[in-house]
Design a protein around this ligand. Structure first.
Ligand SMILES: [Mn+2]
Length: 371
């Protein structure tokens, strides 16, 4: 474990969790991908084990947005929440949300995205891997593994090791943790394979992901299923798996269509791919494609209501996808963009598609020149 033994941030983390009582009204707000689900469950189990009572409220950001909204703040207030734990969401990118909730609740942000803001409020704690150590890049220290390592210092979470492994595989954040991943595979009698997504542990990531991609209405079901599962096969045998085949067919279809439909810019090592898929497969599809084209910048676009959402991937990390998207949506009204170096996401209005495309080409050219 690369975490330091002593650190002022760790002591703040410890007192936050040790100070929770059954009288507190605790909410968990987690991201709606496998790492968000697994880390949300790990943290909620930590809360349950420490205070002898489950979290009072589970939430995710609705729709295609990933940052928390004023409606969520209002809902927390209505439900008399006085402790909010946020997992796998860079809530510091929405400081007004954090500040407004901090008026009535203590806040703990556990996340591994880029740092966008820091907080002076005494009742706001933000913990990210890069604030504690520099051995492992934040994008390779997924929130599930991070919250597992953090929580294990306070009470025994070793029965949740498989969730930390699932999150790491799902986020392509396994590389620094191969000893741990091998150990987890041995413990659950799952043979290791080169493609980790095909092992029994990796399949858990795929099954959770397919259910979420099929419909975001499955987020509560996914959380509940994982919370109630003692081992990987419990998830694989659960109702969650019924979404898998249909989503897989749709993914295969768009992988095959790339050759015919995508826009290629070999001089920029760039592929722009506009898709209109049946399910929300864009992020998963870009992850699959980034493993297939590791030395190419992949930008996938798809319409969602009046907006277009973007996924950007670059497996060899030669171009930082978070800054690339931040740059490409600059000045576009109602837009957002950011994330990790190898993987980022964003959105902008449909009417700005051409402007986004030309800004993207400018930004790629500029970033490649400067690197
Ligand atoms: Mn994550």
């Amino acid at each position: 474990m690369p975490l330091p033994k002593k650190h002022h941030l760790l002591s703040r983390y410890d007192s936050f969790f040790k100070g929770l009582t059954e009288k507190d009204r605790i909410a968990i707000l987690h991201d709606k991908d496998p790492d968000g689900i697994c880390s949300g469950v790990i943290i909620s189990k930590l809360v349950e084990r420490l205070r002898g009572k489950r979290v009072d409220l589970r939430l995710n950001v609705p729709g295609s947005a990933y940052l928390p909204t004023p409606e969520i703040a209002a809902r927390l207030k209505r439900r008399k929440i006085n402790v909010l734990i946020i997992s796998d969401i860079s809530a510091d990118n929405e400081p007004s949300f954090v500040r407004s909730v901090s008026k009535f609740a203590r806040i703990m942000i556990i996340d591994h995205h880029k740092i966008y803001n820091t907080f002076r409020e005494k009742n706001v704690i933000m913990i990210k891997p890069q604030l504690l150590q520099d051995k492992v890049a934040p994008s390779s220290y997924c929130t599930s593994k991070f919250s597992y390592d953090l929580g294990n210092r306070l009470c025994d979470l070793s029965d949740l090791d498989w969730l930390a492994a699932v999150g790491s595989i799902a986020d392509i954040a396994h590389a620094p943790w191969m000893d741990f991943i091998r150990k987890v595979h041995r413990r659950y009698k799952a043979p290791m394979r080169k493609d980790l997504f095909t092992t029994k542990i990796g399949q858990v990531a795929t099954v959770i992901n397919s259910a979420l991609v099929f419909s975001l209405n499955n987020v509560p079901l996914a959380f509940k299923t994982v919370y109630g599962s003692k081992k990987p096969s419990d998830v694989l045998r659960s109702r969650l798996h019924i979404f898998h085949d249909e989503v897989q067919d749709e993914l295969d279809k768009w992988v095959d269509l790339l050759d015919r439909k995508a826009e290629r810019h070999p001089e920029h090592e760039l592929i722009v791919y506009y898709i209109e898929p049946k399910f929300h497969i864009k992020s998963t599809l870009s992850t699959i494609l980034s493993l297939k084209y590791p030395n190419t910048t992949l930008v996938l676009l798809s319409p969602q209501g009046g907006m277009i959402t973007v996924s950007a991937r670059r497996h060899d990390q030669k171009v930082p996808m978070n800054s690339l998207l931040e740059c490409s949506v600059r000045g576009l009204k109602g837009s957002s963009g950011g994330g990790h170096i190898p993987a980022a996401g964003g959105r902008f209005r449909r009417s700005d598609l051409l402007r986004f495309r030309s800004q993207l080409l400018d930004c790629v050219a500029r970033q490649r020149k400067s690197s």
